[in-house]
Design a protein around this ligand. Structure first.
Ligand code: PMP
Length: 354
């Protein structure tokens, strides 16, 4: 049986396979609901029409993009590494950190790739449960205690946390950094929608790595551009795990275009933050919505009395993320903040279903 060749410890492991197909309203993956401006789209068209941008291998180090990112954050190029989404950076980092059996600490619930990549890279996941009754806020002393006892190869913290939306401020991050020795990976995929970022701490703590992405606030999920910021030592380490030619030429180019016009996105970001506030307060008035968790991201976690809600919404053409069977998120769905029309439709349909 050819199956015998596949690692035995992966039996029961499910690949990450988000929903396929097209839905009139797609609120399941925390993407940006807006369209890019024509100026940007025309530049991309022109770029693709130059055949050498396709026939030649990409710049392995994404040097132009990396320099622009460094300049944006007032860091050096040696403090930046780009990847095929932050997903790839998580995986490459774990590749170089983990020797078989090493532990990796992360919160639960949180972004599923921390566990996925840990297991694939022969690590042992240690999940620290965030308390639902306390709006999933982090108990950082627990993280520090576990880190000091278990001696993990890294701790992941996600702020705003996906799928719960809560954040860790600078003082909290610094508290962890002062009390643990191992690498601390702070995933800031949604930080543009929050009041806080800890990028400034990169210059101060050698063991901090901050992950950022163009997939959310900057509407580039389809081109897969993510990056890590950290000390030269940590960034050099991550690079060891990177495959050659990872980020394609078009993605690198579009990433640089986005940085060149980054202020244009402020109005979309502001709109999404305002819609998040409106949606949260309107959802709270719906029958059988038991809780809308406070969120500083572009999504809301909602607890209702119905385990079949995500399925019923899907039948009505609205795709959301279903967490209803997760033991720490029973009957919860996560909805991305969409356009005004999409959000209105969501409220209208929820009023009929709940
Ligand atoms: N981190 C978090 C917390 C996320 O939610 C996501 C996307 N779902 C990612 C990282 C990965 O983003 P990307 O690979 O698109 O950069």
């Amino acid at each position: 049986m050819i199956n015998n060749y596949i690692r035995k410890d992966l039996a029961g492991f499910t690949p990450y396979e988000p929903e396929l197909g097209s839905y009139p309203i797609k609120l399941d993956a925390n993407e940006n609901p807006f369209v890019h401006n024509e100026g940007l789209l025309n530049k991309i068209k022109e770029f693709i029409m130059d055949s050498s941008n396709i026939t030649r291998y990409p710049d392995t180090t994404s040097s132009l993009l990396k320099n622009k990112i460094a300049e944006y954050w007032q860091l050096k190029a040696e403090n930046v590494v780009c990847g095929v989404g932050s997903d790839q950076i998580i995986d490459c980092m774990l590749k170089v950190l983990i020797e078989p059996g090493d532990k990796i600490v992360f919160p639960s619930p949180s972004f599923s790739m921390y566990k996925h990549s840990t297991v694939l890279n022969h690590g042992v996941p240690i999940e620290i449960t965030l308390n639902q009754d306390n709006d999933y806020n982090y108990d950082l002393d627990e993280f520090i205690q576990v880190a000091n006892k278990e001696k993990p190869k890294a701790i992941f913290l996600c702020s705003p946390n996906n799928p719960t939306g809560n954040v860790l401020d600078n003082d909290s991050i610094e508290y962890v950094l002062k009390n643990v020795k191992c690498p601390v990976v702070l995933d800031e995929a949604y930080a543009e929608f929050a009041d806080t970022t800890s990028v400034a701490l990169v210059n101060k703590y050698e063991h901090l790595v901050v992950l950022r992405t163009f997939s959310k606030a900057y509407g580039l999920a389809g081109l897969r551009v993510g990056y890590a910021l950290g000390s030269k030592a940590m960034i050099d380490g991550i690079k060891l795990g990177m495959p050659p030619y990872n980020l394609n030429t078009i993605s690198q180019y579009v990433g640089t275009l986005i940085i060149d016009q980054i202020d244009l996105y402020n109005k979309d970001i502001e709109f999404i933050i305002n819609e998040r506030k409106r949606l949260a307060s309107e959802l709270q008035t719906i029958n059988n919505v038991e809780k809308v968790y406070p969120s500083e991201a572009n999504f809301l976690l909602i607890k209702t009395n119905k385990s079949t809600l995500a399925k019923e919404l899907k039948e009505k053409g609205i795709l959301v993320r279903n967490f209803s069977s997760h033991p720490n998120m029973l009957n919860c769905i996560r909805v991305t903040i969409g356009t005004e029309e999409e959000n209105n439709k969501l409220i209208e349909v929820l009023n009929t279903l709940l």
